[in-house]
Design a protein around this ligand. Structure first.
Ligand SMILES: Cc1cc2nc3c(=O)[nH]c(=O)nc-3n(C[C@H](O)[C@H](O)[C@H](O)COP(=O)(O)OP(=O)(O)OC[C@H]3O[C@@H](n4cnc5c(N)ncnc54)[C@H](O)[C@@H]3O)c2cc1C
Ligand code: FES
Length: 274
């Protein structure tokens, strides 16, 4: 029988594991008390009694609804406290909210994904989704950059991605160490090496605002049309469903109309890179 699910009410979820991804980033494995479906690119509000809540995009596969991973970078009050949590505590997840990646638009296309830092988190969920539908896309190139090798997240998952026939992964770091054998420099430099048929491609950018800005400009220089560049926007969110107005970006509620937009949709709105 269909049961009404109230998306405004947090669903209890047990924290079962904490995975250290880098000195500042951890993944939190949550087991919700009921199935919690979401689409890749949608976000949830993670709550903890007495601590508050914050928006995050699940980093796990959208094809799994009985367990969710959320990857969190220490940024301030709420995230620092979440980083101190140990398995066993009960948290709350409400949502999912917003418009995620339109995966069907990627079918029969070459897909170029550009990620930076903790921006890999939502992209991992997209990559899980596209890996499961590998037969429906032509090929996928994932360019990922971080400041240092220590800050490269999901190291075991990179090997998994490299084993997928249609996938190619390129990584770069700004500051290499003796162990680093891949590219050096800003992540957009990787785009110079990409072999892609732009006429039949789609691109996705997710990362810190400065990287999103220069990544988008580089894709435009390469010839990507405005409507073939997908961006996942982070704005200051509160309610998550279009009521409080905290997330306004020009005419859009980022929580409801996004967080995933094409560059064409938002290019004339104010402060898109802030
Ligand atoms: C749709 C969406 C999805 C997100 N997904 C993830 C995710 O998967 N993993 C992750 O680590 N973070 C994600 N974030 C960012 C995360 O919500 C913020 O880092 C968090 O709310 C910071 O809370 P805080 O209390 O720890 O920090 P605060 O004390 O509130 O802020 C610390 C610093 O972070 C900046 N900041 C706070 N919130 C944001 C924001 N929303 N966007 C940009 N800068 C911000 C502040 O300006 C300040 O400089 C997402 C944000 C949105 C809107
Ligand atoms: S977060 Fe409240 S309107 Fe978008």
């Amino acid at each position: 029988m269909y049961k009404f699910q109230n998306i405004y009410k947090p669903v209890k979820a047990k924290l079962t594991e904490v995975i250290e991804e880098s000195p500042t980033i951890k993944s939190f494995v949550l087991r919700p008390e009921r199935a919690f479906p979401f689409k890749t690119g949608q976000f949830v509000e993670l709550t903890l009694d007495g601590l508050g809540e914050a928006p995050f995009t699940p980093s796990s596969s959208p094809l799994i609804d009985d367990e969710m991973q959320i990857t969190i970078m220490k940024a301030g009050y709420v995230t620092e406290r979440i980083h101190k949590l140990k398995p066993g505590v009960t948290m709350g997840i409400r949502g999912p909210y917003g418009r995620g990646y339109p995966v069907e638009e990627f079918y029969n296309k070459e897909v170029l994904i550009l990620g930076g830092g903790c921006g890999f988190a939502p992209l991992r969920s997209l990559l899980y989704n596209l890996k499961a539908e590998e037969d429906k896309i032509k090929k996928l190139i994932f360019c990922y950059g971080s400041k240092t090798p220590q800050e490269c997240i999901y190291k075991p998952y990179i090997d998994e991605l490299r084993a997928v026939k249609k996938f190619e992964v390129m990584r770069s770091v700004d500051e290499p160490d003796d162990t680093w054998a891949e590219e050096v420099g800003v992540v957009t430099k990787l785009l110079d090496k990409v072999d892609i048929n732009i006429k039949n491609s789609i691109s996705v950018v997710c990362g810190p605002p400065i990287m999103m800005k220069f990544g988008t400009f580089k894709l435009l220089d390469m010839g990507f049309p405005d409507n073939k560049i997908y961006l996942s926007m982070e704005k200051n969110m509160s309610c998550g469903f279009g009521k409080c107005g905290h997330c306004m970006m020009g005419k859009y509620f980022v929580c409801k109309d996004g967080p995933v937009f094409t560059y064409e949709e938002i290019k004339n709105e104010p402060d898109i890179w802030k």
